[in-house]
Ligand binder design. Structure first.
Ligand SMILES: *[C@@H]1O[C@H](CO)[C@@H](O)[C@H](O)[C@H]1NC(C)=O
Ligand SMILES: *[C@@H]1O[C@H](CO)[C@@H](O)[C@H](O)[C@H]1NC(C)=O
Ligand SMILES: *[C@@H]1O[C@H](CO)[C@@H](O)[C@H](O)[C@H]1NC(C)=O
Length: 152
């Protein structure tokens, strides 16, 4: 927790110091090229997409749910960090269309169970973090489509 708190403060200071946000960088976020950092901004919805963005860091926000449309326009993401949010429900198609996604961090949310449908079509996914949730059980075949998955 200390680590998260400190890195959060650091990010906020950096964001204040650099000040400038480029044209299409979402409000409250800090963009470096195609990497979008929105840590610790009390966001309860996914920000509007930066075209072609590859990294979206939403660690330590207030996201509670993802709908089919939440990630629309973010289809170029290779890394999506949703660590330390309040996610309790994800629609089955929440990640649909993120065909390039390689790393998905869901650590520290309120998920009670995992639907195999979330990961359908994420053929590039190789890192998935699900720790510190409220998982009761995983369906045996939750990850059956994820041939590249290496770490849990
Ligand atoms: C997105 O990438 C494509 C090619 O990969 C490029 O043609 C297009 O201009 C990019 N769009 C933006 C808004 O950067
Ligand atoms: C982003 O994704 C779109 C559609 O999947 C693709 O046409 C485009 O080339 C991608 N942009 C980059 C920079 O890879
Ligand atoms: C999720 O858990 C609830 C009970 O907590 C259960 O009724 C439901 O069937 C579960 N869903 C899946 C996809 O396992």
């Amino acid at each position: 927790m200390m680590f998260t708190y400190h890195s959060c403060v650091l990010v906020m200071i950096l964001a204040l110091c650099t000040g400038v946000t480029r044209g299409q960088c979402p409000e409250k976020c800090h963009c470096e090229g195609l990497r979008v950092n929105c840590r610790g901004q009390k966001l309860s919805t996914i920000p509007p997409p930066l075209p072609n963005a590859t990294d979206l860091d939403l660690e330590n926000n207030l996201l509670a749910t993802l709908t089919d449309d939440s990630l629309r326009g973010w289809q170029n993401l290779t890394t999506l960090d949703l660590t330390l949010n309040m996610l309790a429900s994800l629609s089955d198609d929440a990640f649909k269309g993120l065909q390039n996604l390689q790393k998905l961090y869901l650590y520290g949310n309120r998920l009670r169970n995992i639907s195999r449908k979330w990961f359908k079509g994420l053929t590039q996914l190789h890192t998935l973090e699900l720790g510190l949730n409220m998982l009761a059980s995983l369906p045996d075949d939750a990850f059956k489509e994820l041939s590249n998955l290496e770490t849990l």
